[in-house]
Design a protein around this ligand. Structure first.
Ligand code: KG4
Ligand code: ZN
Length: 364
């Protein structure tokens, strides 16, 4: 058994400033502390994340979250084996703040510096939370990303498909705004949908006529806009029940698309990995209980073990970055002071990019 490693992780690629300490070996690690400082309030008036505001807030909060996570874990810098930091993809100002902070700490302590791909952090989370062994199929579904990945090792990802326009979290956020619900939109829609009738409005399930596992969510948001405007024209506004019914219709449309595309992704994955038996989900949208339930059912149908990490590890956090860094460190990989912040950084360099940048930064 290898000696356990203790890694500090730093995350600042979008609108959460986070630091965490993870200790363990590949396949079995423990989170000693995880601190997340969210910026939702700072961006609330602007209808999306404002990159300049995000970058400044990260620069102000990074030292504080690092100190706090060390103190909560009862660990000092001299107990660490390395410093892992998100080096992309994401909003470049925020990523730069994190990378500069990590470089400063590495220079001051002499500890190895390890650049981590944010998407790898999400994709490796089921192994951190549940010890899930490779290979597994992963659905990464958040505010900035949506892709099916065949994860064969810490540095071995094959992208089978993904969104060709908006990410589902983005669609949740925009649809919540259309309905006059609060941000972030995902939790607000999930709450409203509990009191709604999903069958009252018929919303599209885009790209289900195509055999691949690519997805499209921008048309759904347009359909929501039309449905809302229809109600406003007809009766001058939306009742609480209208809001709830539209939220339920929207949530079930997203769930149906993700479930059906999972079926196709499993089929594709099994054409090169016939023995595939594990499926995991990660990213903020994976905290939606209705979507989780749909994915759980399809996994049982397809004879797959299904893993959904705890909610706090689905949304952006630094424990996933520390763990991805631990795997790279254990594999003898490090970076030096030339480590660059990258706005775009596809996990699977072999597959062509599907998308442009989104409101939360580059998606692939
Ligand atoms: O992974 P994450 O924290 O950040 C990104 O990398 O994007 O995901 C944030 C996204 C937001 O768009 C938010 O609305 C969505 O995840 N989200 C949800 C839920 N909780 C968060 N979407 C649907 N249902 C939820 N319960
Ligand atoms: Zn993320």
């Amino acid at each position: 058994m290898n000696e356990p490693l203790t890694l500090l992780g730093i995350e600042s690629s979008c609108d959460d400033t986070a630091a965490a300490i993870v200790r363990g070996v590949p396949g079995k690690a423990e989170i000693l502390s995880s601190v997340v400082f969210g910026q939702t309030d700072l961006h609330a008036d602007f209808g999306g994340v404002v990159p300049e505001i995000a970058a400044r807030a990260h620069a102000e909060k990074l030292d504080i979250v690092v100190e706090q996570c060390l103190s909560e874990a009862n660990v000092s810098l001299s107990d660490l084996d390395g410093i892992a930091v998100t080096a992309g993809p994401g909003l470049i100002g925020g990523v730069l703040s994190g990378v500069m902070c990590a470089k400063g700490l590495a220079a001051a302590t002499g500890l190895p510096l390890i650049g981590v791909n944010h998407l790898a952090g999400h994709a490796l989370t089921p192994q951190l939370s549940h010890g899930l062994p490779f290979p597994y199929l992963m659905l990464l579904v958040s505010g900035g990303h949506c892709q099916f990945l065949l994860v064969e090792g810490p540095e071995d990802y094959r992208r089978l498909g993904g969104t060709i326009d908006d990410a589902p979290g983005e669609a949740f956020d925009k649809s919540a705004r259309i309905l006059g619900l609060s941000q972030p939109g995902g939790p607000a829609i999930e709450r409203a949908a509990r009191g709604g009738d999903a069958s009252r409005f018929q919303l599209p399930r885009p790209l289900l006529d195509r055999d691949d596992c690519n997805m499209s969510f921008s048309g759904l948001k347009t359909a929501m806009l039309r449905a809302r405007d229809g109600l406003v024209d007809a009766k001058g506004g939306l009742t609480r029940q209208d809001q709830n019914d539209l939220a339920a219709a929207f949530q079930s449309a997203i769930r149906d698309v993700l479930v059906e595309k999972t079926r196709r992704a499993v089929h594709m994955a099994r054409s090169c990995r016939a023995d595939l038996s594990r499926f995991a989900v990660a990213g903020g949208v994976a905290s939606n209980m209705d979507i989780r339930a749909g994915l759980e059912t399809i996994s049982a149908d397809l004879d797959l073990d299904f893993v959904a990490p705890p909610l706090a590890l689905c949304t952006d956090n630094a424990a996933m970055i520390a763990y991805a860094g631990l795997l790279r460190h254990a594999g003898g990989e490090h970076d030096d002071m030339t480590l660059a912040a990258r706005p775009r950084w596809p996990l699977d360099q072999r597959s062509p990019s599907l998308l442009g940048g989104g409101k939360k930064g580059a998606k692939a």
